[in-house]
Write a new protein. Structure first.
Length: 561
């Protein structure tokens, strides 16, 4: 009975102490002309709390407890604390509009206690989302396929915890890393939102969730990416990074206003995905040998062509790694710098500041480089300077947006480059696409239909040289099935298909007469070079991919030259 009375008495003393502290806080609020608030019944917004790191919040005797757009509610116990003033200045410089509230020390302790509830993700001073290695390892280890992602995201969606939004984003990101997705798409509809991953170049539906969660996720991602929370009618681009044991994964954020709400695409830039050796890209032995000889030359230009997502950047980076040595200076002009390569000077164009590909290339030539990579040739002046650099002792790598290797020559002529110097400057033009590979665990051997067999035989017969088609037969092919290992898609991983055109006397004569793509293709075919369709058919007959996948990325009905 005594214990009960003692507990009751202690409880009453605590209540009295709390009331006294709240009374003092009210008096101080009036003295400093601030609004008083009792934080005990007030829910603490953990996204707001993250704006100040815990150590800084304790030093400044303050906490941000609510966030609406750029407007924030800040609890403090003193307006004279130098740390408090410094932190408020920092928040205002970031564009936040603080509204100050006087609170009691006990109320502040209640807000600080919520730091312990935050998930392992923290916003660092550099604006990156830091996920502890233990947390990411745990999430990735639970994720073997798409079904696991659906289950995990759905479980987090149902939780009522205060840090639910951060948990959702962590789980979505971890699922993307585990399945090697290149992009995450968050797409709002009228009453729900879609979550899709791009895996091996194809979008895969993960799940649908409620619009209220989508709105919260959008705000959180915009905050992480350094975007304006109150701007919802304009496209915005930002970035943040995930720190894991293996290194930093940079996330590029694109926010676009849609019919119902803002659509978000997160591009995951994993250094491992770009670090593919030239030998592992799916090039034939003969093509690889030819390209290695071309990039070993001290000058000239190699152009890669193809649409966005066809692996051009990966190929150029593989070239750079192959030619790199401490004895030469390599300089790149990119938009943007997607992956950082050690030992190479990389610069990023910034149109708003006037640093374009053209200006970058002009400046690069004053830096005494041996090798230059220009992310893309877009205009006449850039094309002419790049060609001139290739003629004056530099090795130049760049890209053009054309459908095939032959199209690079008419495109350069259209840009105003003198045809007489094109063939002298260009060592090789390369076109490429990425095909999904059949899953080795579940692919199935079948006999091709009569129509398929006739097509394969026709393409095979068009290959001039005997070596590429030696030992191949059209009597059997493989088809996609689908299993847990490949997320029921039947495909896992990707491989490139390529076509190349090298400089030759025949090409020199042709280019001076402003040739068509077909005429250039014929010269390349006569030399025995494979086009992408022929390279794809060889990979089909080797069981690497199938005809459906080849038809997804190139036109199978194009006239055979």
């Amino acid at each position: 009975m005594t214990d009960f009375n003692e507990d009751k008495q202690n409880s009453r003393l605590d209540e009295i102490r709390k009331k006294e502290e709240e009374d003092v806080a009210q008096i101080l609020a009036r003295r400093h002309n601030l609004t008083y608030i009792n934080l005990y019944p007030v829910p603490i917004n953990t996204d707001a709390l993250r704006l100040i790191e815990e150590a800084d919040a304790r030093a400044g005797k303050m906490a941000v407890f609510n966030l609406m757009g750029k407007k924030i509610d800040v609890a403090l116990v003193s307006v004279d604390n130098p740390s408090t003033k410094q932190i408020l200045d920092q928040l205002e410089r970031k564009g936040f509009e603080p509204r100050l509230f006087m609170v009691s020390p006990l109320g502040l302790e209640k807000a600080w206690s919520r730091y312990a509830d935050l998930s392992h993700a923290e916003v660092s001073r550099t604006g990156s989302l830091e996920i502890s290695s233990e947390q990411i390892a745990l999430l990735v280890s639970k994720t073997k396929n798409i079904d696991d992602i659906k289950k995990q995201v759905d479980e987090v969606m149902q939780t009522k915890k205060a840090y639910r939004v951060s948990m959702i984003i962590e789980t979505i990101l971890a699922g993307a890393l585990a399945t090697k997705a290149s992009d995450i798409h968050l797409e709002p509809e009228e009453n729900y939102a879609n979550l899709r991953y791009r895996i091996d170049g194809v979008l895969i539906q993960i799940l649908q969730f409620d619009r209220a969660s989508m709105d919260q996720i959008t705000s959180r991602i915009k905050l992480l990416s350094g975007l304006k929370l109150n701007v919802k009618s304009e496209a915005q681009d930002g970035r943040f990074s995930i720190k894991i044991t293996e290194g930093d994964i940079e996330i590029r954020t694109s926010v676009l206003p849609g019919s119902y709400a803002e659509s978000i695409v997160l591009r995951l830039l994993n250094p491992k995905s770009i670090a593919v050796p030239l030998e592992d890209m799916g090039m034939s032995e003969n093509l690889l040998k030819l390209l290695l000889a071309e990039i070993a030359k001290p000058n000239g230009m190699l152009l890669t062509t193809g649409p966005t997502g066809s692996g051009k950047t990966t190929t150029l980076y593989a070239f750079l790694r192959k030619v790199y040595s401490p004895e030469i200076k390599i300089l790149t002009i990119e938009d943007p710098v997607e992956y950082h390569l050690p030992g190479i000077t990389q610069t990023q164009v910034d149109d708003e500041k006037g640093y374009t590909f053209l200006n970058g290339l002009r400046a690069a030539l004053r830096q005494d480089p041996d090798v230059i990579m220009v992310g893309e040739i877009r205009d006449e002046e850039t094309a002419k300077i790049a060609i001139n650099a290739a003629l004056t002792g530099h090795l130049v790598f760049s890209t053009l947006h054309t459908n095939n290797a032959a199209g690079a020559f008419p495109r350069l002529i259209d840009l105003g480059v003198n045809p007489k110097v094109i063939s002298s400057a260009i060592n090789a033009t390369i076109a490429q696409r990425l095909l999904r590979k059949l899953c080795t665990e579940c692919k199935k051997e079948i006999e091709p239909s009569t129509e398929t067999k006739q097509f394969l035989e026709k393409v095979l017969a068009s290959i001039r040289l005997p070596e590429p088609k030696a030992g191949l037969t059209t009597n059997k092919v493989f088809t996609a099935v689908g299993c847990d290992k490949c997320n029921k898609t039947g495909y896992k991983g990707r491989v490139g298909i390529y076509e190349v055109i090298l400089k030759s006397p025949e090409l020199d004569l042709l280019i001076n007469n402003n040739p068509s793509e077909r005429e250039i293709k014929k010269v390349a075919a006569d030399k025995g070079f494979l086009d992408m369709r022929q390279d794809g058919v060889i990979k089909i007959l080797k069981g690497i991919t199938d005809l459906d996948e080849l038809g997804r990325v190139i036109d199978l009905n194009e006239e055979i030259v």
